[in-house]
Write a protein that binds this ligand. Structure first.
Ligand SMILES: [Zn+2]
Length: 481
């Protein structure tokens, strides 16, 4: 380099690889100016779906050249990626230009202090290796910096939480999406628990920092609430389908039971049965607006438990590894997917509308099962379930040969609308095939808002108007009215 520094790119692949699996970039611009990035192919795919990493074009070119030189491989993907327009926050970076091919400048970009001031000043980035990581991984470091800024960068509990998150990100090689999901899902609980001293034992023990962070991330009170209490409530023998608190709304239970005996839902129930209870399917009615310490918040009640008015707040479905520490101190995981239904679900919806929600949420759970099975059951952290996570991408790639569809609703739209429509037609006691179309909007209505259904190309305006009109004539006749 002109300024005397150097950048080394190292390809990483296994003996059996047919293309490179990762690139390691190390830059040396004199004392205290080092940086590194370890960029896996999976993460390149993730970044391509939302390109904010300023080194993306450079890395793409390096990937292309290594694959060509080492494996005589030319993937069209690299040319597509070269066309992507990056959304980059200039304030965060120092650009070290070294080549251009007319389409893109191939600058190597390192993090300036612009977006990582709070992180650098917090004292948690103290080792040279960590400083070099921050320089090379600005998009992630900026997320942790924002976490500090938003929660109080002088508060020692917040700083401790940021330190755990930083270590997990570096050790676990988390993507920016996974990191963001961690902060959204457990950031506040982590600060709270550190403040209460709940985690101090773990910090003083002799286990490695990797074990400690995995323990922290999977502490049941952070994410899965009291899994121990939950299962002991249910008794030793629990079923693979768990229904909780439905005695508070018998109409809801009646609809759910009917749906679970119908078509696709019964297939899904059977596939959970085949897992022999290794991965449970849980339906829970939030009868008191607080039956789940974390998921209840997702339903966005008003201060006195009022309904938010948003239809998306009628239900929330999440997977969990359900890991906890047993009496001997070993980590045990009881993974599950849980669907939580709003208190107002019972009074506001007709049985047919209820069936549409149960069906929709049960398919979310089915996708969680795919991720679980794709990981051969080895799910030990919430991030492994993340919809944007690598496992999910791998599942979608595996099933459909493309990683474009990283979204449950897109999959439902593309593959499941007819079958879901059929189920609603059946459960409503219909026998006339000509009436099936009347049920289609009940399915679309839960995928996207009307304007998005059109702008995303799921439906044309004419079809939407027509389907909506047909659905408005349907009378609920599930048998639980
Ligand atoms: Zn959904």
């Amino acid at each position: 380099m002109d300024n005397g520094g150097s950048i080394v790119f190292t390809p990483i692949f296994k003996e059996s690889s047919d293309k490179i699996n990762a690139v390691f970039v190390y830059s040396d611009f004199g004392a205290d100016e080092n940086s590194y990035i370890m960029m896996t192919r999976e993460e390149m795919v993730v970044i391509a779906s939302d390109p904010k990493n300023p080194n993306f074009h450079l890395l793409n070119k390096i990937y292309k050249e290594f694959d060509s030189d080492l494996f005589a491989l030319d993937l069209p993907q690299y040319d597509d990626w070269a066309e992507l327009v990056l959304a980059v926050d200039d304030a965060c970076y120092n650009w070290i230009g070294f080549a251009s091919d007319g389409l893109n400048d191939f600058s190597y970009v390192v993090c300036s202090s612009g977006c990582t001031n709070d992180l650098l000043n917090s004292g948690i980035v103290d080792e040279n290796e960590e400083i070099a990581w921050v320089r090379g991984n600005c998009t992630k470091a900026a997320v942790i910096d924002a976490f500090l800024q938003n929660n109080g960068s002088l508060n020692s509990d917040v700083i401790s939480a940021a330190e755990v998150i930083l270590e997990t990100t570096i050790l676990g090689e988390l993507s920016r999406f996974e990191l963001t999901a961690i902060i959204e899902n457990i950031g506040p609980e982590l600060i709270f628990l550190l403040g209460e001293g709940v985690l101090s034992d773990a910090c003083e023990s002799t286990i490695s920092s990797r074990e400690m962070t995995s323990l922290v991330m999977n502490t049941p009170s952070i994410w899965t609430y009291s899994v121990n209490d939950f299962y002991s409530d249910l008794g030793e023998q629990f079923d693979y389908i768990v229904k909780k608190h439905f005695e508070h709304c018998l109409k809801m239970e009646c609809v759910l039971d009917k749906l679970l005996e119908t078509g696709l839902c019964s297939d899904i129930a059977n596939s959970f049965e085949e897992l022999e209870g290794d991965f449970d399917l849980i339906y829970q009615y939030d009868y008191n607006c607080m039956s789940h310490p974390f998921l209840s918040d997702d339903l966005n009640y008003g201060p006195d438990c009022e309904f938010s008015g948003q239809q998306s707040n009628y239900a929330s479905t999440r997977p969990s590894p359900g890991c906890f520490e047993d009496e001997d101190g070993s980590i045990v995981c009881e993974p599950f997917t849980i669907q939580l239904y709003n208190k107002h679900f019972c009074d506001n919806l007709s049985p047919l509308e209820m069936a549409a929600y149960y069906l929709h949420e049960t398919i979310h759970s089915e996708f969680h099962r795919w991720v679980y099975e794709g990981a051969s059951g080895n799910i030990t952290s919430t991030t492994q379930f993340s919809a944007n996570g690598l496992l999910w991408s791998a599942i979608v790639l595996d099933k459909y040969g493309s990683d474009d569809m990283t979204n449950h609703h897109a999959l439902m739209n593309e593959y499941l609308v007819p079958e879901m429509t059929d189920i609603l037609w059946t459960i409503n006691g219909e026998t006339d095939v000509a009436n099936k179309i009347n049920y289609q909007y009940f399915v679309y209505d839960l995928l996207l808002s009307d304007d998005l259904l059109i702008s995303m190309g799921y439906l044309t305006q004419t079809d939407l108007d027509n389907l909506k009109d047909l659905s408005s004539q349907v009378v609920s006749n599930v048998g639980c009215e």
